[in-house]
Design a binder for this molecule. Structure first.
Ligand code: TRP
Length: 348
């Protein structure tokens, strides 16, 4: 069996450091590992429209932003096929057939969808498109015969749904589709990076994100005003490092080399944590270190992003080429699906 990656993001905003440690950094490593026959990275505009159908300008504008974030982080169109979901019309056809294999009750039970429904307050009027997006996500994954899907933790229910549809399809129509598995970050702090305000998740609407495109000044301002341990009032007070976003970010981003460079009196993060927990270490010192680490990590990404942003027509040309390649591949899978379902009346 081939090793194939498919993953993607909704173009509803610029990507932030939660996206980076949750999935993007890993994708680039996997892309460069040489262990994969194919890597597909999709800008999920059709999925973004399921809850932004009244704001197509936003989705359109953010396709450029997400593509720039991808390129800046090291996704390379020579090694990965980067494409736009809505351009692959075969995905909608696959979705339509897969819908027969899923019940309404099952979609309503999906924990991610459930949480989103609550947050969006649709009341009794849930748009069908929104409720069925996990089915369309199954089409995204299976169209490319992906077995590996690097994503954030919130996407696990989508992968479970995809596996169920694949098993049900293969059981009914014969072995056609590939069961995918999720690849999550190994570092726990990367699973769900909290916001700079200490809220559970970074989200654009909460204004608690550090973006990959933020300037050096913005990064510094955000880091220096981060939420820490509210009970750590005096420097001498013992502090908590577990629910403290400054330490969670250090967990996700810092290395022992950073300590050698910026805070050599500590060998590593464990020593710094121990000092904070016993008392006697001030928040400013931790934040100054975090600022150095974030600046060092994000500067090369920001500079690359600025370079790519100078030639947007080239970025769109890359997306067009990627989308043409993706369309071919999805077309092949759709033919196999139609054959398996015995609806290939006039051949393929
Ligand atoms: N749901 C993903 C997100 O919100 C985007 C996405 C769409 C995706 N289709 C996918 C991710 C297929 C992985 C595989 O970011």
């Amino acid at each position: 069996m081939k090793n194939i990656i498919l993953t993607g993001d909704r173009p509803t905003g610029k990507l932030h450091i939660g996206h980076y440690v949750g999935s993007l950094r890993r994708r680039v490593e996997l892309q460069n590992s040489g262990k994969f026959d194919k890597v597909y990275v999709m800008i999920a505009d059709a999925q973004a429209l399921t809850d932004n159908f009244d704001n197509p300008d936003k989705v359109r504008a953010n396709i450029t932003e997400v593509a720039l974030d991808y390129l800046a982080c090291g996704l390379d169109p020579q090694k990965s096929t980067i494409f736009i979901q809505s351009h692959i019309e075969q995905l909608t056809e696959l979705t339509f057939y897969y819908m027969n294999l899923v019940t309404l009750a099952r979609l309503e039970r999906n924990p991610t969808v459930k949480a989103e429904l609550k947050q969006k307050n649709f009341g009794g009027s849930i748009p069908m498109g929104f409720l069925t997006y996990p089915v369309s996500q199954t089409a995204d994954i299976t169209a490319f015969k992906a077995n590996t899907v690097p994503v954030g933790e919130d996407q696990l229910p989508m992968l479970e749904q995809a596996r169920e549809i694949v098993r049900s399809f293969n059981g009914l129509y014969g072995e056609t589709l590939v069961e995918p598995k999720a690849v999550l970050p190994e570092n726990k702090s990367c699973l769900r990076l909290p916001g700079t305000d200490g809220m559970a998740k970074m989200s654009k609407s909460l204004g608690n994100c550090i973006y990959l495109s933020d300037s050096a000044d913005e990064i510094k301002r955000k880091v220096m005003s981060m939420y820490t341990d509210p009970n750590h009032i005096k420097v001498t007070d013992p502090g908590d490092t577990k629910n403290n976003p400054t330490f969670i970010y250090l967990d996700a981003f810092s290395t022992d080399e950073h300590f050698q460079r910026y805070l050599p009196e500590y060998a590593n993060l464990e020593e710094l944590k121990a000092h904070y927990e016993r008392g006697g270490l001030g928040d400013m010192k931790v934040k100054r270190l975090l600022n150095e680490v974030m600046q060092e990590t994000l500067e090369p990404i920001r500079l690359k992003r600025e370079e790519f942003a100078k030639d947007l027509p080239a970025v769109w040309e890359m997306l067009k080429k990627g989308s043409e390649v993706a369309r071919e591949v999805a077309g092949q899978t759709l033919s196999e699906v139609k054959k398996a379902m015995k609806i290939d009346y006039f051949g393929v």
